[in-house]
Design a protein around this ligand. Structure first.
Ligand SMILES: *[C@@H]1O[C@H](CO)[C@@H](O)[C@H](O)[C@H]1NC(C)=O
Ligand SMILES: *[C@@H]1O[C@H](CO)[C@@H](O)[C@H](O)[C@H]1NC(C)=O
Ligand SMILES: *[C@@H]1O[C@H](CO)[C@@H](O)[C@H](O)[C@H]1NC(C)=O
Ligand SMILES: [Cu+2]
Length: 345
């Protein structure tokens, strides 16, 4: 839900363009599900938010290089504005860091092919930056998983990102749970100032469990939100990393391999826009029920024990956004008093 409120920054541009990748099974399912959204909106009109007026969020490779640069320029702009969270997090230096800090504070509460050559990570000016420089490092341990799923083998990077729009980027806060060797934060809560380069380790082993067939299976085989969420987030004890964790570890490095600080890598936001899209396609299958369905308790893995989450719970995004109840964030079409009006194409 947090993802839906803050990810509107990812929703930039309209205008169709020819797809760089042929439609996969998930794309086809999304397209085939749109009539359901149309029927739902006919019965439940959302004011000025219609399928015609909705913003269309697009796959990175379907954007022109100019459009992609507009996106990364917007991220660089956030990184040039002063932070609002400095009283809590002296390490926060920019508005971009505010998102990282709120994610760190919220963490206990919430929660294919060779990707290094993709238009997302090929290091060109129209990418989100390239892989990190190659450094020797360990894989990522997955505690509790049976062998061979108890470790994600390392990729070919691990060092500083030296290409693309974020090659000069400074990571300011964290680490908290690093999966790669980086300087420690001066504060135990990770919110102190710890300037360092953006590191990545684009990982094909993690990406292999996020391919379209896994996503299709996730959407179509889990009709209950508890199972949808559980399978998406990964069933580590069964050796299943899940498309959510798989996407995080596809980026890896620092901070994206860090459970708490991962939004500090601009690529995090694209992964979470995809998570939002998968949730949206899942909701489309039964809008009457799924627009109002939440599960799990208010604490991660119910530690410490807490009541079940409800639609009335506050979203609690601090300086980032008004503290609206979760129910405002459930629909992309008319949520947040009509401020949410987008679909994915
Ligand atoms: C990185 O920093 C150098 C030196 O400040 C500057 O010349 C260069 O244009 C910057 N590159 C990017 C992609 O911002
Ligand atoms: C997805 O496809 C891969 C490659 O064919 C296969 O190994 C994997 O088991 C499939 N996963 C699911 C969930 O169907
Ligand atoms: C909390 O949710 C679980 C799982 O959906 C359900 O079995 C349980 O009854 C709920 N507890 C309360 C107090 O509503
Ligand atoms: Cu995540």
């Amino acid at each position: 839900m947090m993802r839906r409120l803050v990810l509107w920054t990812a929703a930039l541009l309209g205008l169709c363009s020819a797809g760089a990748y042929p439609p996969d099974v998930v794309d086809k399912l999304a397209e085939a599900s749109l009539p359901k959204l149309k029927d739902y909106l006919a019965k439940n009109p959302q004011g000025s938010c219609t399928l015609e007026t909705a913003v269309r969020r697009k796959e990175w490779s379907d954007l022109s290089v100019k459009e992609r640069k507009e996106y990364t320029d917007a991220v660089l702009c956030l990184q040039s504005k002063p932070a609002l969270t400095t009283s809590q997090a002296p390490g926060a230096k920019s508005r971009f860091d505010d998102y990282v800090v709120i994610h760190i504070l919220q963490t206990p509460r919430n929660h294919g092919s060779d990707p290094a050559n993709s238009p997302l990570f090929d290091g060109s000016e129209g990418s989100m930056g390239g892989n990190g420089a190659k450094v020797a490092h360990q894989g990522i341990p997955i505690p509790g998983a049976p062998s061979p799923y108890n470790v994600i083998p390392p990729g070919d990077g691990g060092g500083c990102v030296t290409t693309g729009p974020f090659k000069n980027m400074t990571i300011n806060v964290g680490p908290i749970a690093p999966t790669i060797q980086v300087p420690r934060n001066p504060r135990s809560d990770g919110l102190g100032y710890n300037p360092r380069c953006l590191r990545r380790d684009i990982n094909k082993h993690a990406a292999a469990v996020t391919t379209a067939n896994y996503t299709y299976d996730l959407i179509t085989s889990n009709s209950d939100v508890y199972w949808f969420q559980t399978v998406m987030e990964g069933q580590f004890a069964q050796g299943k990393w899940g498309v959510h964790a798989g996407g995080h570890y596809t980026i890896s490095g620092d901070p994206a391999g860090d459970f708490f600080v991962s939004p500090g890598d601009p690529a995090f936001w694209l992964h979470h826009a995809m998570i939002d899209r998968v949730w949206w396609i899942w909701q489309l299958q039964d809008l009457d029920r799924r627009l109002a369905e939440v599960s799990m308790t208010r604490t991660m893995n119910n530690m410490p024990p807490s009541p079940n989450g409800t639609l009335d719970d506050p979203s609690g995004l601090g300086v980032l956004a008004p503290d609206v109840p979760v129910r405002e964030l459930m629909s992309t079409m008319g949520g947040l008093g009509g401020k949410f009006c987008y679909i994915y194409e």
